[in-house]
Design a protein. Structure first.
Length: 245
């Protein structure tokens, strides 16, 4: 019995040491991956990297991690060919089947899915910021975006008719969709600017706009968008997503 107790104590100690070594190893790997990703994507701060699954050391031995979660608080994505950027907030991506090199200098995920958000203030920068003539004596511009409920964006349009600014912005509900790498905002109905007769195309030149979102980290791509309380929520996806190297 004494020998059995000693053996059990020895097993427990070994198990505890293995768990400790495993957690130390996963912590080191997470820090290395975060540093590589920060350097690759030129991030202002290191992202949060969490390697799921236990034990980690057996995943290392296989050369593939089952599940890695990456979180980036703020990311400046490319917003077209003119060098502009758009801020993507709270980007969280789940990477599956991550193959990596022994020194963690390169890592590629077989698949990735994730979520992020763009505030209405940030999206508003893509709308026309200067008053534009939509008809003789009538100018208009988008001055606000907000949640319209039921997955719609409320677009506030300010208009001036014959030199007189309308007392209140005109509001229209708009649909938001993703087409390829572009977020598109399209008015469901057109605003009435004091009863002025204006061609639909001229009005839509103000109310409708789009924003390209390119250069997301690791090569993930825009998938879907939906209007929410504080901004547009987006989902992303990708395959052969590069985390490092």
């Amino acid at each position: 019995m004494r020998a059995l107790r000693i053996l059990l104590i020895f097993v427990v100690i070994l198990g505890g040491l293995f768990v400790l070594a495993d957690r130390l190893a996963v912590g080191f790997a997470e820090d290395e991956a975060a540093g590589k990703l920060q350097a690759n994507e030129n991030l202002a701060a290191a992202p949060d990297v969490s390697i799921k699954g236990f034990p980690f050391l057996t995943q290392v031995a296989s050369g593939t991690l089952d599940d890695v979660e990456v979180g980036i608080k703020g990311y400046e994505a490319t917003a077209g060919a003119d060098g502009k950027t758009i801020r993507i907030d709270d980007l969280t991506a789940n990477m599956k089947g991550v193959e990596f090199s022994g020194d963690y200098s390169s890592a590629t995920a077989a698949t990735a899915t994730g979520t992020a958000s763009i505030t209405y203030a940030e999206l508003l920068r893509t709308a026309k910021s200067e008053p534009t003539e939509v008809a003789p004596g009538v100018t208009a511009q988008v001055v606000g975006l907000s949640d319209g409920g039921n997955g719609k964006i409320k677009v506030a349009v300010e208009a001036t008719v014959l030199g007189n600014k309308l007392p209140n912005p005109v509001h229209v509900l708009s649909s938001v969709t993703a087409q390829g790498d572009t977020v598109k905002v399209h008015a469901d109905t057109l605003p009435n600017f004091g009863g002025a007769a204006i061609a639909e195309a001229r009005v839509r030149a103000i109310t409708d706009f789009e924003q390209k979102i390119d250069g997301l980290p690791g090569g993930i791509r825009l998938d879907k968008v939906q209007a929410a309380k504080n901004g547009v929520e987006i989902t992303v996806q990708g395959s052969n997503v590069r985390l490092a190297g």
